[in-house]
Design a protein around this ligand. Structure first.
Ligand SMILES: [Zn+2]
Length: 224
């Protein structure tokens, strides 16, 4: 294991302030890109600046603001696999399901090269991501967990944000499912776990347990 901690870079795409994360091990030239957003040229520039090439594109879910960069990245790195949870793979190819149709433009992504299910471990660029199902915002939403020593990193897409949670008013949204996924999975991670959400700043499991008004102590959650 590398002595230096794993590195994260965040690229924010307009107009939805969507976070793309580039994750890599210091000293290596390969990386993983999670949720390529609507400004892929900024993602490509961030990769070039760090002399990194993606060896996998991971998507937490199939909404357009999280998948819009898939095509441009696949065009530049055709051998790089596109990977998403099995329950959201169809959204890549369906403008109504990926919500682009609702916003008045029909967008489709390249298809998934591989789909993931709860409990699987996906390995790329010397990194191991544990996959957990976290439905509620999108039925096939997955969250990626990366543990290095005693630090866990949780790349949570649109499940939980600093002081908020993902919208559940889309056709396959379900607030009860979202709350259950957060309580039974995310909140059972160590309090020091860093949450990298799909929108807004990073936070921690401990901070959201104590302060999140939708799923934390203010909403009746009993902090263990
Ligand atoms: Zn979403």
């Amino acid at each position: 294991m590398s002595a230096q901690p794993v590195q994260f870079a965040k690229i924010v795409s307009m107009p939805f302030d969507e976070n793309t994360f580039i994750i890599w091990r210091p000293g290596r030239n390969d990386c993983v890109v999670i949720d390529p957003g609507m400004q892929p040229s900024a993602i490509v520039a961030a990769l070039a600046e760090r002399q990194l090439s993606p060896s996998a594109i991971l998507c937490t879910h199939g909404h357009v603001d999280h998948i819009a960069g898939n095509g441009p990245l696949k065009a530049k790195w055709p051998a790089c696999p596109l990977v998403i949870g099995k329950g959201d793979a169809h959204k890549l190819l369906d403008p109504m399901a990926n919500l682009s149709g609702l916003y008045g433009f029909d967008f489709t992504s390249p298809p998934a090269d591989q789909v993931l299910a709860e409990g699987e471990v996906y390995e790329a660029a010397g990194l191991e991501f544990r996959v957990i199902d976290t439905p509620g915002h999108s039925a096939g939403h997955v969250t990626f967990l990366l543990t290095e020593g005693d630090q866990t990193h949780c790349i949570s897409g649109d499940v939980i944000f600093q002081g908020s949670v993902g919208r559940t008013d889309f056709p396959d949204g379900d607030f009860e499912a979202l709350r259950e996924a957060i309580h039974s999975k995310i909140f059972r991670l160590p309090e020091s776990t860093i949450i990298y959400p799909g929108h807004g700043p990073t936070t921690t499991v401990g901070a959201e347990k104590k302060g999140n008004p939708f799923v934390g102590a203010p909403a009746g959650y009993v902090v263990a």
